[in-house]
Design a protein around this ligand. Structure first.
Ligand code: CP
Length: 312
């Protein structure tokens, strides 16, 4: 692949190859002597048109750990504010010959469109409600390391599925890897036709979590609810917030996940989030760096195999 725009085009064996490499980088990242050079001589530009803590920081760190020159565009201070379009901005940066562009954008499909206009590799760091492929890959690696496998698991994805690119990418990936997927949440936060991916849909947390191996919580994304129904946080927590009682319906060794940022006391009880015997939330963050290193390493191998135009 030339770009990483989503999970949709990836085959199961390609996902496994990427996770195997990321697993090696996870071990490497724990060591003290970090001088990998997979991106040496390459330029990586991060363009985040939406806020981010985890994704932006880990893409930056991943690029630096692999020897790339990394530039974070301060989009709030860019000429986008003067009316320059996304495509003109991308073409401008493309003319500076970056090798990797990492892009987050509030509109679904914006990153795909941008990828058609530039001749570097583009990585989708989240576009609207569409996809967040590196999040699904880091979630997959976290599950595989915790459970010892990534197939035939019962995985409950809970909460605001309708507005979640994390849910969509996870659904695609976990379905490709032959897991049993349950979507649990209020019907108002379930997109129509979602069970087309083979998922079972529940609006009762206790039923949805019964005997689950993995409980993946999602953030209530109020910023994407533009004028639609917004549940009261108290009522939402009562019915859909993960607490010890609801978690007791999952398997005794079920792991708890959350992509972050978390709303403690809304979709998850802070005590559960911090319980190192159940919660793998910090492991997800750690795997985020390793997965992004693997994704950029694999795309860089393709870039090196392609002839580059050199001006003399
Ligand atoms: N999980 C995730 O995408 O977090 P950020 O929005 O902080 O990058």
């Amino acid at each position: 692949h030339r770009h990483l725009l989503g999970i949709e085009p990836l085959r199961p064996d390609e996902i496994t190859t990427l996770l195997d490499l990321a697993d090696q980088y996870a071990t490497y990242n724990r060591g003290r002597d970090k001088n990998a050079q997979a991106l040496a001589g390459m330029t990586q530009i991060n363009m985040f048109f939406e806020n981010s803590t985890r994704t932006q920081a880990s893409f930056e760190l991943a690029g630096k750990r692999l020897g790339a020159d990394v530039m974070n565009m301060a989009m709030q201070a860019s000429s986008i504010k003067k009316g320059e379009t996304l495509i003109d901005t991308a073409l401008t940066l493309n003319a500076m010959h970056p090798d990797l562009l990492v892009v987050r954008h509030p509109h679904s499909g914006a990153v795909d469109l941008l990828a058609q206009k530039v001749n570097c590799a583009v990585l989708n760091a989240g576009d609207g409600r569409h996809e967040h492929p590196t999040q699904a890959l880091l979630d997959a690696l976290t599950i595989r390391r915790a459970k010892g496998r990534l197939h035939r698991l019962t995985i409950a994805i809970c909460g605001d599925v309708a507005h979640s690119r994390v849910a969509r990418s996870n659904l695609l990936l976990l379905h490709k890897m032959e897991n049993r997927i349950r979507l649990v949440g209020p019907p108002t936060l379930m997109p129509a036709g979602i069970d087309a991916f083979g998922a079972e849909v529940y609006d009762d947390m206790r039923e949805g979590l019964r005997d689950a191996d993995v409980v993946m919580m999602l953030r209530l994304q109020k910023e994407r609810m533009d004028g639609g129904f917004i549940p009261s946080e108290r009522e939402y927590y009562h019915r859909y917030g993960l607490d010890a009682e609801k978690l007791s319906h999952a398997k005794p060794d079920a792991i708890v996940m959350h992509p972050g940022p978390m709303n403690r006391g809304v979709e998850i009880d802070g005590t559960i989030a911090d319980d190192i015997n159940r919660s793998v939330i910090q492991d997800q963050v750690e795997m985020g760096v390793a997965v992004r290193m693997a994704a950029m390493d694999l795309l860089a191998r393709n870039l090196r195999a392609r002839p580059k135009t050199v001006m003399v």
